[in-house]
Design a protein around this ligand. Structure first.
Ligand code: FES
Length: 191
């Protein structure tokens, strides 16, 4: 198996906010606002490109070293939090024994979740280099070690990708707490 990158089409179909045509007034404003919120504790996850189905992800949706891009999903109000490109998440599954001690606490069944936004200039980090076992940013080739807090192991990124702790509740992945750090880059993309 070679390296993996998420297709541009998959990314484009996923971003960003779904237009709010069906609601008006305060309800529509609330919904739109909720789409922009960062992932919240108790949110579930839906795969990018499959927002309309809003099918919550389960551990069985990820094979070993499958890279999957996702949005947080508020199941109570049925809102996908895809209003901002900075909300995109990446999930990957590893053998739990290969994770660092800290990561294992956040990663049920070896499934880690991080912000997909590069800490350099905010590109989406989408390329899994299987041979090197690192996640690489397509813009300027920063590399992150997802088994160990997504620490930077190459390129210009100044800091790790923030991690998002997960749970499994009733067989469904959900978010157990806030990001471990600030989401976003040191510089805006293209600036
Ligand atoms: S934006 Fe990722 S390395 Fe520059």
């Amino acid at each position: 198996m070679g390296d993996t990158s998420i297709s541009r089409r998959t990314l484009l179909t996923g971003c960003c906010a779904t237009p709010v045509f069906a609601r008006t007034g305060a309800a529509a404003a609330d919904e739109e606002s909720a789409q922009f919120e960062l992932p919240q504790t108790g949110d579930q996850l839906v795969e990018v490109g499959h927002e309309a189905e809003a099918k919550p992800l389960t551990p069985q949706d990820l094979g070993l070293q499958d890279l999957l891009l996702a949005w947080a999903y508020d199941p109570r109000n049925k809102i996908v939090r895809n209003g901002s490109r900075l909300n995109m998440l990446l999930l990957m599954r590893f053998e739990p024994a290969t994770l660092g001690d800290a990561e294992r606490q956040l990663a049920p069944e070896g499934i880690v979740a991080y912000s997909a936004v590069c800490t350099h200039q905010q590109c989406w980090v989408t390329d899994w280099l299987k041979s090197a076992q690192v996640l690489q940013c397509p813009c300027h080739q920063s590399q992150y070690d997802l088994r160990h807090s997504a620490k930077v192991v190459g390129g210009p990124a100044p800091r790790s990708l923030p991690a998002l702790p997960l749970n499994v509740n009733n067989g469904i992945l959900d978010i157990a707490g806030p990001f471990t750090g600030r989401v976003g880059g040191e510089q805006q993309q293209g600036t």
